[in-house]
Design a protein around this ligand. Structure first.
Ligand code: SF4
Ligand code: SF4
Ligand code: SF4
Length: 304
């Protein structure tokens, strides 16, 4: 059998996902014995997309060009893998769904402090038309497999590629970041929400969420080795929800609801609920940082 042909493409990205492929370091050597990267813009600037066995696409859909490239990849590749949280869920660029396209353009070209544009000139010619909203890849083409993460853990990329090369079904972890987190959990109720760094830092070795800092470990897919909590930083949910979770942010609200009420002595009366909710600073940015375009309410609903 000849080498498996892999084509990579990037859409709305920061390029961190492609760098994560390179971060396989020597782990890429056994893979390279069996594959040929026939198209990989991070390494070789070739415009034409060739036919391939596996197409790996990173980045979200944010302009017309992204849609065209995604469709061409689907036509030319037998299998499509969405790489990274932008491709899988919309990712951080998806937070622009809190604004209309006009508001985004106004911010970028007129009101930023570093911009001087008194005539309100917007680039029109030779600039790709921005889509009204950011979408994940699977809202434009069929996706066969997903490798989440921002960026995805390199060993997860390696294991998915290895499974595909061996003709097996790639498997993602089904448990949560909490399941692989080394910090001590006591199932404590939290009396208040504290903001990371603003209201101090968590004590080491103890669950960060139980100290009042929002940590999305309970609703986030494992696979990163609990990278952030292991060094005392809350999980922000970049691996996205597990298979059992439909909406990562909504599930976290539900998790917060139960941890607020766990301890009967601390049970909070209903009239206090709003005060607790108000402590949740920037709820969309906190709970949907990577998944807003694939959530149940994927954008701000504007009143006409
Ligand atoms: S998932 Fe993260 S690393 Fe990958 S392109 Fe998006 S922002 Fe960059
Ligand atoms: S620190 Fe976060 S990931 Fe670790 S156990 Fe607590 S909630 Fe879960
Ligand atoms: S701990 Fe959370 S935010 Fe950090 S890498 Fe893992 S999934 Fe992403």
């Amino acid at each position: 059998m000849g080498a498996v042909r892999i084509a990579c493409e990037w859409l709305g990205i920061c390029s961190g996902c492609e760098i994560a492929i390179l971060d396989l370091h020597e782990g890429i050597l056994p893979i390279l014995e069996k594959v040929e990267f026939v198209h990989i813009p991070v390494l070789v600037d070739v415009k034409e997309i060739p036919e391939a066995d596996v197409g790996i696409i990173s980045g979200c859909i944010e302009n017309e060009d992204n849609i065209e490239v995604a469709k061409e990849m689907r036509e030319k590749c037998k299998i499509i893998v969405a790489l990274g949280s932008c491709a899988c869920f919309g990712g951080i660029p998806g937070l622009r769904n809190l604004y209309t396209r006009e508001e985004v353009l106004e911010k970028a070209y007129v009101t930023t402090k570093s911009t001087v544009n008194p005539d309100r000139v917007f680039p029109r010619k030779d600039v790709l038309e921005l889509q009204e909203y950011v979408k994940p890849l699977n809202q434009v083409i069929k996706v066969d497999y997903y490798i989440p993460g921002c960026p995805p853990p390199s060993d997860l990329i390696g294991s998915v590629l290895t499974a595909l090369l061996e003709g097996k079904e790639p498997q993602l972890p089904t448990n949560t970041v909490c399941d692989e987190c080394p910090l001590q959990k006591e199932r404590k109720a939290i009396p208040e929400i504290r903001r990371w760094c603003v209201d101090g830092r968590p004590e080491p070795d103890k669950c960060i969420l139980e100290q009042g800092f929002i940590c999305l470990g309970p609703v986030t897919r494992a696979g990163c080795g609990a990278k952030c909590p292991s060094i005392g930083v809350p999980c922000r949910g970049c691996m996205g929800p597990t298979d059992r979770v439909i909406d990562q942010g909504a599930k976290m609200i539900s998790a917060l609801g139960s941890i607020w009420m766990l301890d009967e002595e601390l049970e909070i009366p209903p009239e206090e609920y709003d005060k607790l909710a108000e402590q949740l600073y920037d709820p969309v940015g906190m709970l949907y940082r990577f998944t807003l375009p694939s959530s149940l309410i994927p954008r701000k609903i504007m009143k006409k």
